[in-house]
Design a protein around this ligand. Structure first.
Ligand SMILES: Cc1cc2nc3c(=O)[nH]c(=O)nc-3n(C[C@H](O)[C@H](O)[C@H](O)COP(=O)(O)O)c2cc1C
Length: 188
């Protein structure tokens, strides 16, 4: 089994990236391989259906990589910062490069981080998008605040809140359970 965590922050070394790494550790405890696709570190071009722009080779390769990882994934985690009360445009653009065939009947976990007032609204908005992509957004979700993180000496953020650490475990267990017991295999 394989998972893909897409991180939609505009900032490399984001809180959302730290959360993704924390979750990856928990998936590892289930012996499950998970890739983190951080859109700040691996940027992709804006979707251009008319072909008016000329994306660089690097961007085109990054999109191809995202698409093949998504197709292979058995489950997803979508991670987003709270931008203007919703999920980031960067993440939406990444999802626009993907299709229902990538998400159909696959479990999807939703996580996010806010710098202002903590809000789960970006995750509620994502839930609608996941439904449209025919994915199954699992009930447990994680909405953190900047203050739930601390920094290592090199400036890397890490999740430093016991309650959220426990919630991460529940979140991961839930996704793994959905992925292992999918009654929808024949609908994929
Ligand atoms: C364009 C933009 C819009 C933002 N809008 C909000 C907002 O509506 N509410 C909020 O709490 N924080 C808002 N923030 C702050 C981010 O949530 C904050 O920087 C947070 O640390 C981002 O998490 P990250 O480190 O994972 O990217 C905004 C930041 C940016 C860049």
């Amino acid at each position: 089994m394989k998972g893909l965590i897409i991180v939609g922050s505009a900032k490399s070394g984001s809180h959302t990236n730290a959360l993704a790494h924390y979750l990856k550790g928990h998936f590892g405890e289930h012996d499950i391989e998970v890739d983190i696709f951080d859109l700040a570190e691996t940027p992709i071009h804006q979707l251009d259906v008319s072909g008016a722009s000329e994306p660089s080779e690097a961007y085109l390769n990054n999109v191809k990589s995202l698409q093949s990882k998504a197709r292979e994934a058995d489950f997803f985690v979508l991670g987003t910062p709270n931008y203007h009360g919703s999920f980031s445009g960067i993440l939406k653009n990444a999802l626009d490069h993907l299709t229902m065939d990538d998400f159909k009947m696959k479990p999807v976990g939703l996580v996010g981080n806010s710098g202002g007032i903590v809000s789960a609204e970006p995750l509620s908005h994502l839930r609608l998008i996941v439904r449209t992509l025919l994915g199954i957004a699992v009930p447990t979700q994680i909405a953190t605040h900047d203050s739930d993180y601390n920094k290592l000496e090199d400036g890397t953020y890490y999740l430093d809140n016991n309650e959220f650490q426990l919630r991460c475990k529940l979140f991961v267990d839930q996704i793994v359970s959905f992925a292992n017991n999918s009654p929808y295999e024949h609908l994929k």
